[in-house]
Ligand binder design. Structure first.
Ligand SMILES: Nc1ncnc2c1ncn2[C@@H]1O[C@H](COP(=O)(O)OP(=O)(O)O)[C@@H](O)[C@H]1O
Ligand SMILES: [Mg+2]
Length: 261
């Protein structure tokens, strides 16, 4: 049987604190439990995804920084590491990534560094999931030059909803100028709180807005304190407590994404 094409999925939102990292961690965990081979790439110098998969950050550890740096870059396969979980690998981040924009300032094709470095290896995986920092920096542009799909976590909060327009505008510029193949895979509502009117109202708005409604996942990620607890133990909630609503929601999201293939 022919192998399914690798899906290269970036999780993007220029706002911070909307659930990007938690979505990358738990979607990766959920898809790995479904038997898919996953590579997680942490492109945020804050290292939350790296730590969230149980990696400590030592100054001297190799990271995605070494893969995309201008001088003597190293091959990605010597940096990609197994995690404690089956089917789940990580290309970790490093604090030095925060300076890469300046280091690459004079490099031609600097927006394609990540794509060029990962293309030879991505075919080994069913999914490459890329976490991004909360800004449209060169790091995010590198992710968007490589990815084919964008998953947007949208907090069920009024400001988060109104920022979606701006984000879709940014994506259309990227599509025109850097990566014509990129598409929005979907928008997933996060931090949903059944008890508040505003959460329900935002979800209704998302699902009825002509610009977004085709793209909104049926699965909604509810607010769940076990998610924060699992972060404390450096584990995705899907592995930490399978019965939690956080784990349930991310497993449902994974199944919805797999069902779309
Ligand atoms: N569904 C949720 N319920 C409760 N807390 C959450 C949920 N999703 C994320 N969090 C917490 O909110 C904070 C921000 O989430 P995070 O995924 O790091 O956002 P981002 O990567 O977009 O900045 C983290 O402390 C995380 O543990
Ligand atoms: Mg994050």
């Amino acid at each position: 049987m022919a192998k399914q094409r690798t899906r290269i999925v970036s999780v993007v939102n220029e706002k911070g604190g909307v659930g990007k990292t938690v979505t990358v961690l738990n979607l990766a965990a959920a898809l790995s439990l479904r038997g898919k081979n996953i590579l997680v790439v942490d492109m945020d110098p804050q290292l939350n995804t790296t730590k969230g998969l149980g990696f400590t950050s030592d100054e001297n550890d190799l990271s995605v920084y070494d893969v995309i740096k201008p001088d003597n870059p190293v091959s990605a396969d010597s940096v990609i590491s197994n995690t404690s979980w089956e089917h789940l690998d990580l290309l970790p981040s490093h604090i030095d990534l925060s300076g890469i924009e300046i280091e690459l300032a004079n490099e031609l094709g600097r927006e394609n560094r990540l794509k060029d470095a990962l293309k030879p290896f991505s075919g080994q995986y069913d999914f490459v999931l890329l976490d991004t920092p909360p800004s449209l920096s060169l790091l995010t542009v590198n992710v968007l030059a490589f990815a084919r799909e964008i998953l947007i976590p949208c907090q069920t909060h009024p400001y988060a909803y109104s920022a979606l327009d701006e984000l879709l505008e940014t994506i259309s510029i990227i599509k025109e100028e850097i990566n014509p193949k990129i598409e929005v895979m979907g928008i997933v509502a996060t931090f949903f709180d059944q008890r508040t009117r505003v959460s329900k109202k935002i979800l209704e708005d998302l699902r009825s807005d002509i610009r977004f409604k085709q793209k909104v996942f049926n699965t909604v990620i509810r607010i769940n304190t076990t998610i924060a607890e699992s972060a404390y133990y450096n584990r995705p909630v899907v592995f930490f407590r399978r019965s939690s609503t956080g784990a349930t929601d991310y497993l449902a999201l994974a199944d919805e994404i797999l069902g779309e293939i």
